[in-house]
Design a binder for this molecule. Structure first.
Ligand code: UDP
Length: 328
């Protein structure tokens, strides 16, 4: 298939681009390089442009005759979404509308959307299934929920079929070191902890120790970026084979607390970096864990890296690789 990948120069997008190329698809990346890197797209064609530039987007989609679009480009930092909601609704919701409009005009048939577990807010159950109520507690989750809704309505009104993948906490890197999380000023837990372990930061602060969880810190379901990437290729194949539109959780169904993650990073790195204990961070739900049955059933997806130490080892190797090559 010929596919357009928005945000394909970013962390998750670039891993998916590599998997798509390896599967024989023709890939064009559309990315403004605000947080991504040209080196991350490998042999794919890169169009450096913004999703807000709808004329450019329209002409790329009209000219390209794409079978499918995978839409990664978005802002993803929960606390920033709380302080800058307009930035999130503009890029994540309005620009998704721009894109969907152009896809409709160009007759794109398949769409794979990067959604998030943040659409659930604070779930009522320990593990959350796709049919749970959507009650986001931060603008990031709300901006993605609205995009999911637009996609659902467009799917109902046209021939477009889609898979919305609700990511839980994505971490790790290509085990062969070709790609990894290279966003400047990244805020995500495993990345920050690996930077502390490699001496790029003085230490790390745990945001809140008084949550109603086993050890008082937030619990998350961490998924290796390689497993997430393979889920995207499967989602695209599924659509091509005639599969109905789907909303699928992407997680392992296993949650770790912030303290457990920090222990793992210390164990795997052998570095006893400093840990500070701070206030809660705005917008954080106490616990998020996937009910991960549906994606296995619908896509036949089988994770290969379902192991926190492996995720951490690959994230650490990436940090060291970047340091030695001056990539960051
Ligand atoms: N976290 C932390 N210190 C950090 C970064 C994150 O304690 O330096 C916590 C954060 O408060 C949340 C969990 O780690 O409870 C996961 O946060 P992250 O930003 O990695 O992902 P999110 O769940 O917000 O998408």
């Amino acid at each position: 298939m010929k596919v357009l990948v928005t945000g394909g120069a970013g962390y998750i997008g670039s891993h998916v681009v590599r998997h798509l190329l390896e599967s024989g698809h023709e890939v064009v990346v559309y990315d403004n390089l605000s947080t991504g890197h040209a080196w991350a797209v490998g042999d794919a064609e890169l169009i450096e442009a913004d999703l807000a530039d709808q004329e450019r987007l329209r002409s790329v989609l009209q000219a390209g005759k794409f079978d499918g679009v995978l839409h990664f480009a978005a802002h993803i930092v929960v606390p920033e979404s709380v302080s800058h909601p307009v930035k999130y609704y503009a890029n994540n919701t309005r620009n998704t509308l721009n894109l969907l409009e152009c896809c409709q005009e160009a007759g794109v048939r398949y769409f794979v959307f990067s959604s998030t577990a943040a659409v659930y807010g604070i779930p009522d159950t320990a593990s959350v299934a796709e049919d749970a109520p959507l009650q986001p507690i931060n603008p990031y989750g709300a901006s993605k929920m609205m995009s999911e809704r637009m996609l659902m309505d467009l799917g109902a009104a046209s021939d477009l079929r889609y898979v919305s993948l609700r990511y839980f906490n994505v971490a790790g890197a290509d085990p062969e070191g070709r790609q990894g999380q290279a966003t400047p000023d990244a805020t995500h837990l495993i990345k920050v902890a690996c930077q502390a372990a490699t001496g790029q930061r003085g230490g790390i602060t745990v945001f809140g120790t008084d949550y109603d969880t086993a050890d008082g810190t937030c619990e998350r379901d961490y998924i290796h970026v390689e497993d997430l990437a393979s889920a995207h290729v499967r989602a695209l194949d599924y659509l091509e084979q005639g599969g109905e539109s789907q909303v699928l959780n992407c997680g392992y169904g296993c949650a770790y607390s912030v303290l457990q993650v920090l222990e793992a990073v210390k164990r795997v790195s052998g570095v006893d970096f400093e840990v500070h204990y701070g206030e809660r961070r705005e917008g954080d739900p106490p616990a998020l864990m996937a009910d991960a049955g549906r994606i296995r059933k619908v896509l036949g997806w089988q994770p290969k890296y379902d192991n926190l130490d492996q995720i951490v080892a690959d994230a650490l190797a990436w940090e060291r690789h970047c340091l030695s090559r001056g990539l960051l």
